[in-house]
Design a protein around this ligand. Structure first.
Ligand code: ADP
Ligand code: MG
Length: 247
């Protein structure tokens, strides 16, 4: 479902991604772990083109985006079409504050996918039910807890029918008591076969829900493998050192 080959990205002199290669089969869940500044967000953002890499290519489904010829040749229409492959969930929800919950979930399908409002609303209510928020459809974001906001953000991303879901520290901004309800929704998506990449600091969750764990450091993939193996028995010293902070 996802193929990343030779991906590189620098910000000025700082090399943030230094030749990243990655394959994610359909229905697999990958947990991306590593210290702050290792390039995890930049890699995730490269998959939905919020960040444009300097070299390499990304393929999602049957679409391929090649960066080797430079970014200037990439056309907006191609970028938008490619972006539609992925749904992204951020640390800070990014809900539209002036819209209620169901409007937040409908707005993409109506404005981008040109769905009619009635069917977009029906689908939005279905997705809100799926994340346990059907009864909050008319609430405004500021009336919701962080966990509820994040579940709305997940429903909103799913409303665009992406092939892949990307989560960038989706629970890092939440009170500890609210983390579980968001992880439960992510776990449910995994069980339903959604292809996902999760940047997370929840190591037990990564071990239990992900198929593969990838450990990044300084822009490199240091170690990648079976989730249980990497978390419980890492091969690399750097992985072991990183994981020691979580026990
Ligand atoms: P992580 O998500 O693993 O914490 P990031 O991908 O956010 O790491 O960042 C990797 C490095 O790239 C950091 O040193 C960060 O400061 C730098 N960086 C990220 N985005 C930008 C940007 N837009 N401009 C300049 N430097 C950036
Ligand atoms: Mg990050």
């Amino acid at each position: 479902m996802i193929e990343v080959v030779g991906l590189k990205k620098s910000f000025g002199p700082l090399e943030v991604l230094r030749d990243i290669n990655l394959i994610v089969p359909r229905g697999h869940v990958v947990a991306l772990i590593g210290p702050s500044g290792s390039g995890k967000s930049t890699l995730l953002r490269s998959l939905n083109l919020l960040c444009l890499p300097d070299a390499g290519y990304v393929a999602i489904g049957d679409q391929k985006m090649d960066f080797s010829a430079g970014n200037v040749s990439l056309r907006d229409r191609d970028l938008a079409a490619f972006r539609a492959n992925t749904g992204m969930v951020f640390q800070n929800f990014n809900l539209f504050p002036h819209m209620n919950v169901v409007e937040n979930v409908m707005v993409g399908p109506v404005t981008v996918l040109k769905q009619d409002k009635k069917s977009a609303r029906e689908r939005a209510i279905e997705l809100l039910a799926k994340v346990g928020l059907a009864d909050r459809a008319e609430a405004h974001p500021d009336q919701l807890s962080g966990g509820q906001k994040q579940r709305v953000a997940i429903a909103r991303a799913l409303a665009m029918n992406p092939d892949v879901m990307l989560f960038d520290e989706a629970t890092s901004a939440l009170d500890p008591a609210l983390v579980g309800e968001v992880l439960a929704v992510i776990r449910q998506l995994a069980e339903q076969g959604m292809t996902m990449i999760l940047v997370t600091h929840e190591m037990a969750f990564a071990r239990d829900v992900a198929d593969t764990v990838i450990f990044m450091k300084d822009g490199y993939v240091v170690e990648a493998g079976d989730a249980r193996q990497v978390i419980n028995h890492p091969h690399e010293t750097a992985t072991r050192e990183f994981l020691s902070h979580f026990h």
